[in-house]
Design a protein around this ligand. Structure first.
Ligand code: ATP
Length: 248
């Protein structure tokens, strides 16, 4: 499905991703765990192609030089040079860190904006589905994005990404700032969404513990490098991982 091969990203001379190879198969949930600055967002930008836009913008503004090497493959074809809008059209949809909702627009408007790639029927069906899978949004449909709690904002952000008809959903730190209860509920819903829509999900987080129950496979990033990887069971059985990432 979606794969990175020996991916390197430099911001000027600073190495942000160091030789990352990662794979997410059909119907899989893959976790990417790492502390602040480990490179999680950089990886998400490289996979979704947004890095190409950032790179272009920096070059035009005479800013820092961003260099990308290695390869990104989608359904076994290289998409390294494919721009982000076309990757989105193909089904690679990023739900960015910190949600980035339109604060002056209502929940419904925020969701509909995500449907620009969908047909009218798809948009209608997906909207109904979102309100079913996130029933808390039902009474908030007219509320402005800026007047939602963090958890509600995250539901809208995931909903907006679903409106774009993803085949692979990239979730960059979706649990950021949520209460433990909200985190648990959201993770369960992410699993439901993955299963019911038969999509793939790559999810990045600082802390592995709340996400771990739903991942099939996970990578641990440190300073831009994948220092460990394995299935959920393999990582759970690894005492180093248990002490470093679960505190047990
Ligand atoms: P966080 O949890 O804080 O979001 P992260 O794991 O997503 O962290 P990245 O945002 O990918 O990490 O950052 C990786 C490294 O690259 C960090 O050292 C960061 O300071 C650096 N970095 C990110 N964006 C840029 C940029 N545009 N220019 C220069 N350095 C950058």
């Amino acid at each position: 499905m979606l794969e990175a091969k020996s991916l390197m990203v430099f911001y000027e001379n600073m190495l942000a991703l160091n030789n990352i190879s990662l794979k997410c198969d059909d119907n899989q949930i893959v976790g990417v765990f790492g502390a602040n600055s480990a490179g999680k967002s950089t990886l998400m930008y490289a996979l979704s192609g947004i890095m190409l836009d950032i790179q272009k913008k920096e070059a035009m503004a005479g800013g820092e030089r961003i260099t990308l090497t290695g390869d990104v493959l989608f359904q076994n074809q290289s998409i390294m040079d494919i721009k982000p809008s076309l990757r989105a059209k193909a089904g690679i949809i990023l739900c960015p860190e910190r949600r980035r909702l339109f604060k002056e627009s209502s929940v419904l408007e925020n969701l509909r904006i995500g449907g620009y790639l969908a047909t009218k029927t798809q948009a209608k069906q997906t909207l109904n589905y979102i309100l079913e899978v996130f029933p808390a949004l039902q009474p908030l449909k007219k509320r402005l994005g800026g007047f939602l709690s963090g958890g509600e904002q995250q539901m809208v952000a995931i909903g907006r990404a679903l409106m774009a008809q993803p085949k692979v959903l990239l979730l960059d730190e979706p649990l950021l700032g949520l209460s433990p209860l909200m985190q648990t509920n959201l993770i369960k819903t992410i699993k439901t969404i993955q299963k019911e829509n038969k999509i793939s999900v790559i999810i990045s987080e600082q802390y592995a513990r709340p996400v771990f129950p739903i991942v099939n496979y996970a990578y641990i990033l440190e300073n831009g490098a994948a220092v460990m990887e394995g299935t959920r069971e393999e990582l759970m059985d690894n005492p180093d991982v248990r002490s470093a990432y679960f505190g047990v």
